[in-house]
Every structure is written in C-alpha cells, then in structure tokens.
Write a protein that binds this ligand. Structure first.
Ligand code: SAM
Length: 324
C-alpha cells in the first residue's frame, strides 16, 4: 500500500482490490437492517458475501469486531459463523442515553374506540438533540393528552419498547492456521493474540490490586464499555461518551461512532503497523482511529457523500493526531 490508508468508493461485497491473507483485523459497523431513522442503506443486513470475502482477506488468527443491533445480532452471528469465523465474545458498549421508541398505548386504545382523549397541556417537541440557540434548532408545541376511555385509562403509560442502552459488538476470529499453535501462528503472521498492553484499565490511585498475579499497568480490558463511571468509587471499564451527529462540523453521517471508542477497539485487536479493514466505513471513524494509532487502513464505502467526509477526516487526522 502506497499510503497508510486506502479508500474505495465501491461495494465491499467484492474485495478484489485486496490480496488474500493480507489483512490483520476487520473492524466495521455494518447496516443493522432496522431502517434506522429511515436511512436507505440500513434496510437490510449485509449479504453474507462480505463476510466470506473478508474471511479470505484476513490472515489466520486475525480478530474482527463487528457492531450490531440487539434485534438482529443473532442473524449476523450466524452469517459470520457460517462464513468460517469463530465467535469469541460480545462486547457491550453501554452508552445508557438511548431514546425509547414507544407510544402511550392508552391513547391508541382511545383512538381505536373512537373516543377523544383529554387535552391536559402542552409540551415542547424538539427533533433530535439540537441545542437551543443553534441555527438548526426547531421546536414545536404539541398537545399533551391523557386517555379518556375506561380501557385507555387502564393502559395509560403502557408502552411497546424499553430504553435501548447498549450496542453489541461481536468479537470474531479467523481460526489459526491448521496445525499451528498460537505462538507459531503469531511468528508466521503476527496475528492470533489480543493486545492488552495498550488497552489495560489502570488501577485507581491507592486502589489495592486484585487477582493472583496483578499486572502493574492495570486490569485486562472488560467486555463492557461504559459511557459513565459507576458511583462506587472506582470503575474497571473503559469509558467513552456517545457522540452526537456533528451537523456543524461537516460530518452529517447519522450513525457516527466516537473515535475514542474506535481507538480502544483498534488497540484491542491490533498491534502497531498492522492493517485494519473496514467494509462499511461511513464517515471513516475507524480510519481516523487507525491513523492516530499508527495502523494502516483500508476502507470501503458506497455512498459518495460519506466517502468524501471520510477522506477529509482521515487526512486531517494525519496532520493533527489526537490520542485519547
Ligand atoms: C452504520 S454506517 C457506518 C458509520 C461509521 N461507523 C461512522 O462512524 O461514520 C454503515 C455504512 O455502510 C455503507 N454501506 C452500506 N452497504 C455498503 C456496501 N455494500 N459496501 C460499502 N459500504 C456500504 C453505508 O452507506 C453506511 O455509510
């Protein structure tokens, strides 16, 4: 690869530009198949082809991290497994501040019965998370209603979905080369182990170290990644806040992932100098993390608007690296 990164504006269902057994890790955030916010590219889960192709491109023993949705994770896992990968773990990115998508069933019952619900006030409705005062801020007044029918009152406040507070990230591995043990595989390919040295969770000052053989640098990273610390005095998880869509900052990708989170994931499954493939790059958050951590990057993205954003972000990150 001439550059430290290579971006392709094409579908990742055919990865003919990449040599077989040349990639050290797959980190990607594919369409979830849930039509999130009506995005045209999120209608279906990706075709299994992409995982079969990815499997060919990865070196034996390589790890992958694939974001998923709670509702369709099981299907994605079957596709990954059927493409040859081992399912090693599921990381939970617990971002806690998700919005429940639901409605007051009591009001639906009133409507079904042809009964007019009672108006009990007004509320301010803001679409998305726009800040008051920002140019794009638009608030409208909506009526606050309460059920009027007997049955409607009984079901007042009942809903259809609980608050989504985490996103699963599937940890996969291409099996070691047949006949090789981990050490032999690493000697041959450089792949087969997770990188704890760069991802340990440091002990709090004064905290007594736990375990039989505590490591100076801290704990082995956990499979929970949180956005806020626990309130019991210490936190043994990696912390990363969720990001809002940066409309003002030229990046309007609707499912942008925090670079800080991507850095943690890149560090966890690769070592310096290795190459990461992202088959659904979006605005390039994985690529930015790779540049900042001295990893090489190959990204695929179908939408021409997103690939332009990714190129700009990745180029900028090379000149102004930001380490978390
Ligand atoms: C969930 S988004 C990734 C967002 C990314 N994590 C970020 O931080 O910006 C998935 C992306 O996959 C792209 N995509 C969908 N199908 C594709 C395909 N067959 N090949 C390449 N990209 C595809 C979509 O355009 C979308 O931008």
């Amino acid at each position: 690869m001439k550059n430290t990164f290579q971006l392709y504006h094409k579908s990742s269902y055919i990865l003919e530009d990449i040599e077989n057994n040349s990639i050290d890790a797959l980190i990607t955030d594919p369409p979830y198949g849930i039509s999130y916010q009506g995005n045209y590219w999120d209608k279906d889960l990706p075709d299994r082809k992409v995982w079969e192709q990815g499997f060919e491109k990865l070196k034996s023993g390589s790890f992958g991290l694939v974001f998923s949705s709670i509702r369709l994770m099981h299907r994605l896992m079957v596709d990954l497994e059927d493409s040859g990968f081992l399912i090693k773990d599921v990381l939970f990115w617990a971002y806690l501040n998700g919005m429940p998508k639901s409605r007051n069933v009591g009001l639906s019952i009133d409507k079904e019965l042809g009964v007019e619900s009672e108006k009990i006030g007004e509320y301010k409705y803001v679409q998305g998370y726009k800040k008051e005062g920002a140019e794009s801020y638009k608030a409208s007044k909506k009526e606050k209603l309460a059920p009027s029918s007997e049955l409607g009152k009984k079901y007042d406040g009942a809903g259809l979905g609980i608050k989504p507070s985490y996103e699963p990230i599937i940890l996969i591995q291409k099996p070691l080369e047949k006949g090789l043990n981990v050490a032999q595989n690493i000697i041959k390919y450089g792949t087969g182990a997770l990188n704890f040295e760069e991802t340990r969770i440091p002990y709090k000052e004064g905290e007594s170290k736990v375990g039989h053989n505590p490591h100076e640098k801290g704990r082995v990273p956990a499979n929970i990644i949180r956005t806020e610390p626990f309130e019991d005095g210490y936190d043994k998880f990696f912390l990363v806040p969720k990001v809002r869509q940066h409309k003002d900052d030229f990046n309007f990708h609707p499912t942008l992932k925090p670079v800080e989170l991507m850095q943690h994931l890149v560090k966890l499954i690769t070592f310096e100098g290795q190459t990461v493939l992202d088959t659904f790059m979006g605005s390039g958050s994985t690529g930015v993390a790779c540049m900042e951590l001295k990893r090489k990057f190959v990204g695929y993205e179908l939408d021409e608007n997103y690939i332009e954003i990714a190129k700009r972000r990745i180029e900028t990150s090379i000149s102004t690296p930001k380490l978390f």
